[in-house]
Design a protein around this ligand. Structure first.
Ligand code: BGC
Length: 775
């Protein structure tokens, strides 16, 4: 794939159930506000199962969470992201024969995701059962320029006939969410969440307004069809929730018929009247031509790629995989304070659209160092839900501070199974970590003062509330770390080390801000006293970090090494992922990890341990990690690269990079793995590139996998953008814009004023210590 052509394409569409479902997610369109799974406009034969959903990021309903034994504080209601009105249907009849790829003959077909243009194109040359041939090209776009807008352009070129054409376009408010009672990663009960309030035709457009059953939110979708040929048009409304528009025209052989479907979506979270806003949005969309909308889409993406493009030379497959990953990140990221990044983005119902730590620890790093404005939005979302995090802390018995929910949409906890959910208190540290990273990348102290600091102080308090001093050390007991195969433990290394970082940064931020006059307001608002800061510092200084003298590793927690190891190599392949085949208690009693936990800590807070400990931990955890979570391989890749084990890093990267494109977890149809996409990015920039963002500034220590001839990436730091290119013998650093920057490369400091060329050592000097292998 060349620089000019960022595409992901399938030639000859396979029409079996597996591929159709997979493509629904792989080729979905989204812009961070709306998302539409990729479905055939004309539908599928009856025996096919499909999840033809469209979503709005952060738009939800409440639904009861049944607890068999309801103990105090258990969650009884969760939120779920809703499937909103279906605007995708378009049926085409050529002289009465319905177009379907399942009838007649598909002479050729191709499905292309244009990542530079921001559109998905299905191109089919079809021969009807009675021999009429037509070329059909369908282009779908969710606009980055106008977030409410989804367009479908439908072009029909009759190849060997002239005749009658009927186009039937529908807009259906009668929709349900997808469920799967056998998979804990999906909702298991179906509800009628949306009830249509009105379905009407106004000025040639259909408007369906629906209300949610419990949250009382409204959504309006509005559809306007435009057929550019002379035609006869009819509208009808069925069952008060289904608008159908029919266009009859005459087609001439060799002359293309163009039909455009403009669909806009607005919700009452963002707009006081979503119906009125839909009308305005439709007007806005119609005010410019479709080619102009396409041009703006391309312009938006050209800017996007300009600040983040990664090029891998000498390996097209991974180059495409990484571009696909970055494209999915921009498709998924919420662009306002009402939304964040769901683990499946807007490509599927998996995890019900909840926001997890995935955002802060996997996706946000990409935005922080390429497009900090979007990173700031994500923090805005957490700020907007801070009061609910305070309420959550009270439910859990904490008198002070805030505890962010493990999974949520509007701010309240949604995890039904608290040992692998609510107990993951590290979410507080993760959110603080991402705010500190945003500050380190931008030095935007004004925003920290306005919003970031309040989150950091309130969440830091929770560590004091949760932990306690015991024999001179600060212990944090009964929490769960990132690894969900080990729950409710004492002193999870990841949690303690991030809590230490968090607490010491709370103190630093206090000192950074204390001379600002307006800081007094915040201090008063949250009643923050000097003594409390002393306690933060004391807890940080005395934080207990488990260490095993014999193995010279950090055990995942206090009791981890006492358990017997689950020999994962000996388990049958069909028992993976373990969570679907073993009772949780069985897993908790063994040394077995679903995902990187201590290794994750060794990546994000590497200075907490020497290189030898990290190396030992790497080898230790490698043997007991199943990578049943898509968040895992990338972290192993990064740590391997940091330790100089480039071949191993590459091996892990290989597992991670094409996880969705090759459906390695067998559930891509339920939605893409967005944290994994962020992890792929980090594997290159933080892993092979050795990039680090710390208080001392930015540093790099690039290595080059032997399978690649070169790679390049970009970093936004403070007011500057840097281009980094790594080849077999050198690294080139170019200041693309902004002021000169100090950068540390292989431990040596340089001033980057223009271009800097540094010879690449065969063995990168990151720090002293043992290494596994060289590159
Ligand atoms: C992982 C979590 C992650 C969640 C959503 C789970 O399988 O264990 O770490 O937050 O998926 O992606």
């Amino acid at each position: 794939m060349s620089k000019k052509e960022a595409v992901y394409e399938i030639k000859h569409l396979q029409l079996d159930q597996y591929h159709l479902s997979l493509n629904e997610a792989l080729f979905h369109n989204a812009n961070g506000y709306i998302g539409a799974r990729f479905d055939f406009e004309e539908g599928y034969p009856e025996q096919y199962h499909y999840v033809r959903s469209q979503y709005i990021n952060g738009f939800y309903d409440f639904t009861p969470m049944k607890q068999a034994e309801k103990l105090f504080g258990f969650v009884t209601e969760k939120q779920t992201m809703l499937n909103i009105a279906d605007t995708q249907s378009i049926r085409l009849y050529l002289d009465g024969e319905p177009f379907s790829m399942f009838s007649g003959t598909v002479l050729s077909s191709r499905l292309t995701l244009h990542m530079d243009k921001g559109v998905t194109v299905r191109h089919v040359v079809w021969r009807s059962p009675q021999g009429k041939e037509a070329e059909i090209t369908i282009t779908r776009m969710t606009s980055f320029e106008q977030l409410s807008l989804f367009t479908i352009e439908y072009e029909v070129l009759p190849l060997n006939f002239s005749g009658r054409v009927l186009i039937e376009s529908s807009h259906n408010g009668n929709v349900l969410n997808y469920i799967n009672p056998n998979d804990p990663r999906l909702a298991n009960e179906g509800h009628q969440y949306l009830t249509p309030l009105s379905c009407e035709i106004k000025d040639g457009a259909s408007y369906i307004t629906s209300v949610t059953s419990t949250s009382g939110l409204e959504v309006c979708s509005c559809v306007k069809n435009v057929l550019l040929q002379k035609s006869r048009q009819e509208f009808s409304i069925n069952d008060h929730n289904h608008a159908i528009s029919k266009y009859k025209t005459h087609a001439l052989r060799g002359e293309t018929i163009r039909f455009i479907k403009y669909c806009v979506f607005c919700d009452s979270i963002r707009y006081p009247s979503c119906k009125k806003q839909s009308g305005l949005e439709l007007k806005k969309a119609l005010a410019v031509s479709l080619p102009e909308l396409y041009r703006k889409q391309e312009e938006y993406l050209s800017e996007f790629w300009n600040y983040c493009r990664i090029e891998i030379e000498g390996n097209d497959q991974f180059n495409q995989a990484i571009q696909y990953s970055l494209y999915q990140l921009i498709q998924s990221v919420g662009k306002d304070r009402f939304s964040n990044i769901a683990p499946k983005g807007l490509s599927g119902d998996g995890y019900e659209g909840h926001f997890f730590w995935d955002s802060e620890m996997y996706a946000q790093p990409f935005f922080t160092i390429t497009n900090p404005a979007l990173s700031k939005n994500l923090i805005e979302y957490r700020y907007a839900t801070l009061d609910m995090a305070r309420e959550n802390a009270r439910i859990l018995g904490h008198d002070r501070g805030a505890l962010y929910p493990w999974r949520t949409i509007m701010g309240r906890e949604c995890s039904g199974y608290f040992p692998a959910g609510t107990a993951q208190y590290h979410i507080n540290g993760d959110i603080a970590y991402s705010i500190i990273a945003y500050y380190l990348a931008t030095k935007d102290l004004a925003f920290i003062q306005e919003k970031g600091a309040e989150i950091i102080f309130e969440t830091a308090r929770l560590w004091i509330e949760t932990g306690n001093f015991y024999q001179g050390k600060f212990h944090i007991n009964n929490v769960t770390g990132p690894d969900e195969y080990t729950c409710l433990v004492n002193n999870n290394y990841y949690t303690n080390v991030i809590a230490r970082y968090h607490l010491s940064w709370a103190v630093k931020i206090y000192h950074l801000l204390k001379t600002f006059p307006s800081f007094t307001l915040l201090r008063e608002k949250i009643d923050l006293r000097e003594e409390e800061l002393l306690e933060f510092q004391k807890a940080a200084d005395q934080m207990y970090l488990p260490y095993d003298e014999e193995l010279k590793i950090n055990p995942q927690d206090d009791s981890f090494l006492q358990k017997s190891r689950l020999e994962i190599e000996t388990l049958p392949r069909d028992r993976f992922p373990l969570l679907l085949h073993y009772h949780p208690l069985y897993l908790y009693r063994h040394q077995v990890c679903k995902q990187a936990d201590t290794l994750m800590a060794h990546f994000i807070l590497e200075d907490a341990q020497d290189e030898e400990t990290i190396l030992n931990s790497f080898h230790y955890y490698e043997k007991i990690t199943t990578h049943d979570s898509s968040l895992s391989y990338c972290i192993f890749s990064i740590v391997a690269a940091r330790l100089g084990m480039v071949d191993k890093a590459f091996e892990y990267f290989q597992h991670s990079a094409c996880l969705d494109l090759q459906d390695k977890h067998h559930n891509t149809a339920d939605g893409l793995h967005i944290a994994n996409m962020g992890g792929n990015y980090m594997s290159i920039v933080y892993g092979f590139g050795g990039f680090r963002l710390k208080e001392q500034g930015i540093s790099l220590a690039p290595v080059l996998p032997r399978q690649w001839s070169a790679y390049s990436f970009k970093i936004h730091f403070e007011d500057s953008r840097l281009l980094v290119r790594v080849t077999a013998d050198r690294c080139t650093f170019k200041l693309e814009n902004g002021t000169a920057k100090k950068i540390t490369v292989y431990g040596q400091e340089y001033l980057l004023e223009n271009t800097l060329e540094i010879a690449r050592p065969a063995l990168p000097l990151i720090s002293k210590g043992k290494r596994g292998e060289t590159n």
